[in-house]
Design a protein around this ligand. Structure first.
Ligand SMILES: Nc1ncnc2c1ncn2[C@@H]1O[C@H](COP(=O)(O)OP(=O)(O)OP(=O)(O)O)[C@@H](O)[C@H]1O
Ligand SMILES: O=P(O)(O)OC[C@H]1O[C@H](OP(=O)(O)OP(=O)(O)O)[C@H](O)[C@@H]1O
Length: 218
């Protein structure tokens, strides 16, 4: 039997993803050891998995190097790959927002003569286009909140979770773009070839998610 391969996002989403996979019976002890190995196998379940950088996960899945991926909605919106988004996993919850100094509100109403710093240029471009604005978009790779503080940009488009990074730097949310959470995605060909195994897995994951939802509501 062919292994079903998973591309998982390393970093923030990794623990919750591995916990969820364990709940549906997928685990590899070796990955919890001090190893430089990159790909892990659960022979019993016929599954292989690896952790990759968030922005690379959709590429692994689109090209079929992985049948299934777990990645944030932010990355899916930015990367726009050709794949199926099958489940909202409910963790990794945060918001995509426009943020800046309180004075940034006025700027946002201008036709577009302002600068936006972001790790997400596609999401930013699309958001401002819907407002008929074409500001200059500057791509940064981290610590986005620095940009308005040091005068690189007027506003930012970034993820807000607790809001403390903004607050501690005198910044605020100026507009919310959309909610974000981790998603399960599937390669289009795998969805046909491995339909039965993938459906079995997504059903098992859905059951766990519903159970968790009931527990948090109770
Ligand atoms: N506070 C948060 N900041 C950033 N991402 C968050 C946050 N909360 C949840 N997420 C989700 O977690 C995913 C992974 O974030 P993480 O910071 O681990 O990786 P990354 O954005 O690639 O960062 P890095 O460039 O530092 O590796 C994001 O794509 C997003 O969907
Ligand atoms: O609302 P909060 O809970 O403060 O979280 C939001 C912050 O977390 C993320 O940064 P991250 O820690 O991933 O570092 P980065 O700036 O290097 O991307 C994001 O880009 C914000 O800066």
């Amino acid at each position: 039997m062919k292994y079903l391969t998973f591309a998982l996002t390393k970093g923030r989403l990794a623990n919750k993803t591995l916990e969820l996979l364990e709940q549906v019976g997928i685990r590899c002890e070796e990955m919890y050891t001090d190893t430089r190995k990159l790909v892990f196998t659960d022979e019993q379940m016929g599954v292989k998995f690896f952790l990759a950088k968030a922005t690379d996960v959709p590429t692994y899945v689109e090209y079929g190097a992985a049948d299934i991926g777990v990645v944030g909605k932010d990355v899916l919106m930015e990367e726009k790959k050709d794949l199926f988004e099958v489940l909202d996993l409910g963790f990794g919850r945060c918001r995509m927002a426009v943020a800046g100094f309180p004075s940034g509100r006025e700027l946002l109403d201008m036709r577009g003569d302002f600068k936006v710093a972001t790790k997400y240029p596609e999401i930013a471009r699309h958001y401002f286009l819907t407002r008929h604005q074409q500001p200059e978009i500057l791509k940064l790779n981290g610590s986005i909140e620095l940009a308005p503080i040091v005068g690189l940009s007027d506003v930012i488009v970034d993820i807000v979770e607790t809001g403390s990074t903004l607050k501690e730097n005198g910044l605020m949310v100026l507009d919310e773009i959309c909610p974000i959470s981790a998603r399960m995605v599937v390669n289009k060909a795998s969805m046909k070839i491995e339909l039965e195994r993938i459906q079995k897995l997504t059903r098992a994951v859905s059951t766990i998610l519903k159970q968790k939802e009931r527990e948090t509501r109770a």
